[in-house]
Design a protein around this ligand. Structure first.
Ligand code: NFS
Ligand code: SF4
Length: 651
């Protein structure tokens, strides 16, 4: 890669510097590999390659008689729909497995097993219990935790038609009716995934609309799994509160033992954070100043939100953390971990430590995480990192001077506390009133990954800056939030630099009253990708306050650089929730005009939400702003009409 190519690859200066080093040592990073994959196969790119049975792959060539269908006769629309919903199934499996793991741990804590964990936030437990109908009066915390965890686990394998508890008890009445009317209300997360794999087996469903509805049902299962993962992680580890930290490769400290926590599930990473506090002396005995933990991907978000742990980098640049020569160990659990980390680690002293039975990398250290002995597992991992530190080669170190301050930790509870500083009786009205008054345009959620079809972090940053200038209140999760953290957008300075006058005034009003230790940031970091559930509770609260269903709320979502199957699942349930969803890539749906039309246009008629596929950040921003304007305008017209009607009724 040349200098100019580095600039096209990423907007992050820390990453660029490490890419120069990679070139020097002759290591091909994910950026080189992305380039080497060009040009992409058009069949795969447009979704019309079917590999669902072993007669395939069948590729659709519309004008070639016989090849305009698969060998079994499947049409383009069936193939595209099947491929799309199978991505949703993959995403839902990943998110909800994570949730199931947490729920099982809560159950074990309640049963007196898993002794290294405890119920940290019993107020949250009681709130969840009351919401889902678990009795609380006069009962022990462990009894309540037992019933809440059991209710969560029932959502995975219910055999009757009762709806999944977390969806049923969290969405608006209007959405519940919609999900039941369109038969997409799930009863069982695992059951709906299995059903969808069956539905898309060769020779089962060829109706693309029916297949898409099957996919949306699974996406709601995904939301259910995310929601219970968030709730129960808060119960186990505490509900996030505003915290100040730092982000980017400059957080790696040359004088400390550096451990990167990478993956998704807080069960292990939070334990490493807790245990590390007691092990600073062991690091000192090895000649370091102490232990420095930092995060990559969503496990990084989990420990940032709850313990203020720094962010090292996000998905696309995970290899470049190792490239600094400063990382003594990367501890990984599940999801979004590049298999290439291991071969790169060989160029350095870095130990890659896998911890989950379903997520191993050949040649790396495997310390199976054992919930019954969680603290001991975490200690063993930290000791390995300390050993590794002793082998660090000073000649291979490249310090990065890039790091930015981060203000994060905005759970829904923390956001409501902020709004309550202005209006204690009705906190959410602070936000909805500002929208009604036109001070802010609406709310945008930024979520999702990095995708090297574009420039790393560019879409994230450029869209957010433009939305800020247009007075949009922004919340973020996942690697999107990490992009903002790395670039200094989760700060008060960013408000000064980028917010429009309305957003600035709104944030100032709250900031003054709330009197936090830190200033309010431009974008409110709500957590990991499963914590997109927090953004849905925001949407639901807003809808209820405005007296409308979710499709009428000026609320949009954007995954500026989506990559994973989980992102597809999240985007799909946002659509079912009635939200316009921008994605900064063209999804492989264009091979069928019908399916592409359904997901980008017709979906709006049924659910109110739809996909906007737009890789160009300028156009993407314009489309998001247009969707917000349209909703805000309709909201005003409707409420004026309602007021007029009520007045004439009264006469
Ligand atoms: Ni979400 Fe978070 Fe990042 Fe994408 Fe991967 S870490 S779960 S999938 S890449 S945002
Ligand atoms: Fe081809 Fe049909 Fe098999 Fe798909 S399911 S690979 S279209 S024969």
């Amino acid at each position: 890669m040349s200098e100019m190519e580095f600039e096209k690859a990423t907007v992050d200066p820390a990453a660029r510097a490490m890419m120069v080093k990679a070139k020097k040592i002759g290591y091909l990073t994910t950026f080189d590999r992305a380039k080497a994959q060009e040009p992409r196969c058009n069949f795969g790119n447009t979704g019309i390659c079917c590999r669902i049975c072993m007669q395939g792959p069948c590729r659709i060539i519309p004008k070639k008689p016989g090849a305009n269908k698969g060998i079994c006769g499947a049409q383009d629309y069936t193939i595209v729909a099947r491929n799309t919903v199978r991505m949703i199934a993959g995403g839902a499996a990943a998110h909800s497995d994570h949730g199931r793991h947490i729920a099982t741990t809560v159950l074990h804590v309640a049963e007196g097993k898993a002794k290294d964990y405890k119920i940290t936030d019993s107020a949250k437990l009681l709130k969840v219990a009351e919401r889902i109908g678990v009795a609380t009066a006069g009962r022990q915390i462990n009894e309540i935790a037992h019933d809440v965890a059991t209710a969560a686990l029932n959502d995975f394998g219910r055999l009757d038609d009762a709806p999944c508890t977390w969806i049923e008890t969290t969405v608006t009445e209007g959405r519940k009716r919609k999900f039941k009317d369109t038969t997409i209300m799930p009863s069982s997360i695992n059951g709906s995934i299995a059903e969808l794999l069956h539905q898309t087996h060769i020779g089962v469903d060829s109706d693309p609309i029916n297949i898409i509805f099957g996919g949306l049902k699974v996406s709601l299962g995904d939301l259910d799994g995310e929601y219970l993962a968030t709730d129960l992680s808060d119960v186990l580890f505490g509900t996030p509160q505003p915290t100040v930290s730092e982000a980017n490769l400059g957080v790696l400290d040359p004088e400390m033992v550096n451990i990167c926590l990478h993956g998704h599930n807080p069960l292990l990473s939070q334990m490493v954070v807790d245990v590390a506090r007691e092990m600073q002396d062991e690091a000192k005995a090895a000649g370091a100043k102490g232990l420095k933990l930092s995060g990559i991907c969503c496990t990084g978000n989990e420990v940032l939100m709850r313990s203020g742990i720094s962010i090292a980098t996000n998905f696309a640049t995970q290899e470049l953390a190792i490239m600094t020569g400063l990382v003594d160990a990367v501890v990984v659990d599940v999801q979004c971990i590049m298999p290439s980390l291991r071969s790169l680690a060989e160029c350095f002293h870095t130990k890659i430590i896998t911890t989950m039975p379903i997520s191993k990398i050949p040649g790396s250290y495997h310390f199976e995480f054992d919930e019954e002995h969680a603290a001991a597992s975490a200690k063993a991992i930290i000791r390995l990192a300390i050993e590794s530190y002793k082998q660090r080669d000073p000649n291979k170190i490249s310090l990065s001077d890039q790091k930015n301050k981060v203000v994060a930790g905005f759970s829904m509870e923390a956001l409501l506390d902020l709004f309550a500083a202005v209006n204690p009786e009705n906190p959410i009205s602070v936000l909805t009133d500002a929208i009604k008054a036109g001070e802010i345009k609406g709310v945008a959620v930024f979520a999702g990954c990095n995708n090297l079809k574009g420039t790393h972090n560019e879409n994230h940053l450029e869209i957010a800056k433009r939305m800020a200038a247009a007075d949009v209140f922004m919340v973020g999760t996942g690697c999107a939030s990490q992009a903002y953290a790395m670039a200094g957008l989760l700060t008060g300075e960013a408000v000064e630099a980028y917010a429009g006058p309305g957003l600035k005034a709104f944030l100032k009003r709250i900031g003054v009253k709330a009197d936090l230790k830190a200033e309010l940031p431009l974008i409110f970091h709500m957590g990991s990708c499963v914590d997109n559930s927090r953004t849905i509770s925001l949407l639901t609260l807003m809808a209820n306050e405005l007296g409308v269903d979710t499709p009428e709320v000026p609320f949009v979502a954007s995954a500026p650089e989506p990559m994973s199957e989980k992102a597809v699942a999240i985007g799909s349930w946002f659509v079912s929730m009635g939200v316009p969803v921008h994605i900064g890539v063209i999804a492989p749906t264009t091979g069928s005009e019908l399916v592409h039309g359904v997901v980008t246009r017709i979906a709006e008629d049924v659910f109110g939400g739809y996909f906007i596929m737009e890789p160009d950040y300028r156009k993407g921003t314009d489309k998001l702003l247009a969707a917000l304007d349209d909703r805000a305008w309709k909201l005003r017209i409707r409420s004026e009409a309602r007021a007029k009607y009520a007045a004439s009724e009264a006469k």
